[in-house]
Write a protein that binds this ligand. Structure first.
Ligand code: 5RP
Length: 228
């Protein structure tokens, strides 16, 4: 059911896309539904150029005949369409369940707006049940981890970090970094935490997306609704 809702949200968001647009293309299973819908529209004559947020999205888009570019070639985009792991009532997000949040945030920030596509289970009153992905440079991992733990403790949050993939086979992002997932339960002040995390040397980016999303297409048993 959840996958059907993801597909419905993704297909509804295609309404936002017009010929001539430059669009950021997200990563994850919901975004994949969007890429497939976009591929069909492009085959039907829609003329867009896309900037993918991951190697995985780029490969699928290429396969479907979607014209791609980089942010070096097109530094400003009309919109980005991407999934999320959690969405709060202020349209603040947790992203990075698929490990692509660094490129996703760069592409979203280069876009006039970020439009989120999701099934209704992603709507939460307070962010934090989904573990917060924190992307870190492999060099100095122990020191960076200690600094993150210090920040979490200062915010009164649980100090529970796990290296994605484990020590033997750590997950490596498209940027060659690693991810520490922080099980926080609830994040009462996402903006303050975001600022403190990103100030730590060794932290490349975290999965809190604040002030980036302008709208969400959310699908559930009652159909698709637009949340602003
Ligand atoms: C990847 C992401 C995804 O958008 C997020 O994890 C949602 O994924 P899905 O659509 O598969 O539920 O942030 O980094």
């Amino acid at each position: 059911m959840s996958d059907d809702w993801k597909r419905l949200a993704a297909e509804a968001a295609l309404d936002e896309v017009r010929s001539g647009m430059k669009i950021g293309i997200g990563t994850g299973s919901t975004a994949e539904h969007f890429v497939r819908a976009l591929g069909r529209a492009v085959a039907g004559g829609l003329d867009v150029v896309g900037v993918p947020t991951s190697e995985r999205t780029a490969a699928l888009a290429r396969e479907l005949g979607i014209r791609l570019a980089t942010l070096d070639e097109i530094p400003a985009l009309d919109l980005t369409i991407d999934g999320a792991d959690e969405i709060d009532p202020a349209l603040r997000l947790i992203k990075g369940g698929g490990g692509a949040h660094l490129r996703e945030k760069i592409v979203a920030a280069a876009s006039a707006t970020l439009i989120v596509i999701a099934d209704h289970t992603k709507l939460v009153p307070v962010l934090g049940k989904f573990p917060l992905p924190i992307e870190v440079v492999p060099f100095g991992l122990g020191a960076t981890r200690a600094a993150i733990e210090h920040v979490l403790a200062r915010h009164g949050l649980p100090v529970s970090l796990s290296l994605r993939g484990g020590a033997d086979h750590p997950f490596v992002t498209d940027g060659g970094h690693m991810i520490l997932d922080a099980a926080l339960g609830a994040i009462p002040d996402p903006a303050a935490l975001a600022a403190d995390l990103v100030a730590i040397p060794g932290v490349v980016e975290h999965g809190l997306f604040i002030g980036l999303a302008g709208k969400a297409y959310v699908a559930g048993p009652d159909g698709v609704r637009v949340v602003t």
